[in-house]
Design a protein around this ligand. Structure first.
Ligand code: COA
Length: 333
């Protein structure tokens, strides 16, 4: 990444929201043919959260408010709001507009970004670029998904995987180039479109009684196919960004992986030569919350005092599209 720019984008605040209602593995034993041992050993998940009333903008608003409160700042200071999500409240207006109105960010503009499980990583790079340009001073990047709104709770292959959550980071400029976003490698490959998708409701298959009957408004996933490419895609790109930046496993404080499956995370850490204590994990408590997983990890580990200024982090994700990537971030608070 070019070093001649004036500003680096650095994380100066975090926030999160998870709904109170817990769906543990015992809950799924009652509604589909599954069991706690299968779910834990195949995915690493013990429980996830469910938003019973409300929408993605409500999750995102609460995460944004938590961030503002912890920073003791007012919403009118925010210049840009980017919401990464595949479960927007509606096609339009953008969820970012709803969040803007809810928190009263009267000087902000913003937009939604759709990159499924890589959504936060893509939005994070976008937000950092806006800061690096020198034009904006405070960019809020939110990952938020109400996955329960597109999950078929009769499909045991998928329903056990997902949960609802939102989390946010605040980006600001710094003239100290040793902290903040150092590098990103991001990719898309639409040839993966048939492995993981929701086909109903868009311009290809507008909603009809037939699309509802055929369950086209739910996630479809060929789990085995996605697993194979996700393991390789996430591990390869995480290793590549280490090599490109001359980082050894000793240099890295934490891998911050998208939380889709513990086995995918373990394979990525192994490829990078990282021991388990250097991998952020909360999939056991939240499952796959799509765009929220990475900032949720960052927020929890930061608030638990497990990361400190100067720590070198590798953020890494793989998702529908296909979309995937890795970012090298030096923690700044
Ligand atoms: N409980 C019990 N058995 C289940 C089950 C469940 N919830 N879901 C599937 N099974 C069964 C399957 O039907 C299959 O049975 P069969 O052999 O009789 O056909 C068996 O378990 C093994 O299924 P398989 O798909 O091989 O399991 P897996 O080890 O690949 O694990 C996933 C399934 C979904 C956990 C795994 O494929 C995965 O994590 N994929 C990627 C998911 C992902 O990351 N998605 C988001 C992208 S970011």
């Amino acid at each position: 990444m070019e070093k001649d720019r004036k500003f680096n984008a650095v994380v100066t605040g975090v926030g999160m929201y998870v709904p109170e209602k817990i769906m543990d593995n015992a809950f799924f034993e009652k509604i589909v043919d599954t069991n706690d041992e299968w779910i834990r050993s195949r995915t690493g998940i013990r429980e996830r959260r469910l938003l019973e009333n409300g929408a993605t903008s409500d999750l995102a608003t609460k995460a944004a408010e938590d961030l503002l409160k912890s920073k003791n700042m007012t919403a009118d200071e925010v210049d840009v709001i980017i919401v990464a999500t595949v479960t927007p409240d509606m096609f339009f207006p953008a969820t970012a507009c709803l969040v803007q109105n809810n928190i009263g960010a009267k000087n902000a503009w913003g937009f939604d970004l759709s990159a499924a499980c890589s959504g936060f990583l893509f939005a994070f790079q976008t937000g950092c670029s806006l800061i690096e340009s020198g034009r904006y001073k405070k960019v809020m990047v939110i990952g938020a998904d109400k996955m329960s709104s597109i999950t078929d709770y009769t499909d045991r292959n998928n329903c056990i995987l997902f949960g609802d959550a939102a989390s946010a980071v605040l980006l600001e400029p710094s003239e100290d180039h040793t902290i903040g976003l150092q590098d990103s490698l991001l990719r898309i490959d639409g040839s993966g479109k048939n492995a993981l998708y929701m086909s109903g409701g868009g311009s290809l298959n507008p909603p009809t009684h037939e699309t509802v009957d055929k369950k086209m408004h739910y996630i479809f996933q060929d789990g085995k196919a996605v697993f194979k490419v996700a393991v390789k895609g996430m591990a390869d790109i995480s290793y590549e960004i280490m090599q490109k930046n001359n980082l050894s496993s000793e240099d890295i404080a934490y891998l911050v992986p998208h939380q889709a499956n513990l086995r995918i995370i373990d394979a990525t850490a192994e490829r990078m030569g990282l021991s388990k204590d250097k991998v952020m994990i909360n999939i056991d408590r939240y499952g796959n919350t799509t765009a929220a997983t990475i900032p949720l990890c960052l927020t929890e580990y930061y608030r638990d005092g497990k990361i400190k200024k100067g720590d070198k982090l590798i953020l890494s994700a793989f998702g529908a599209g296909f979309t995937w990537g890795a970012s090298y971030l030096v923690w700044s608070i």
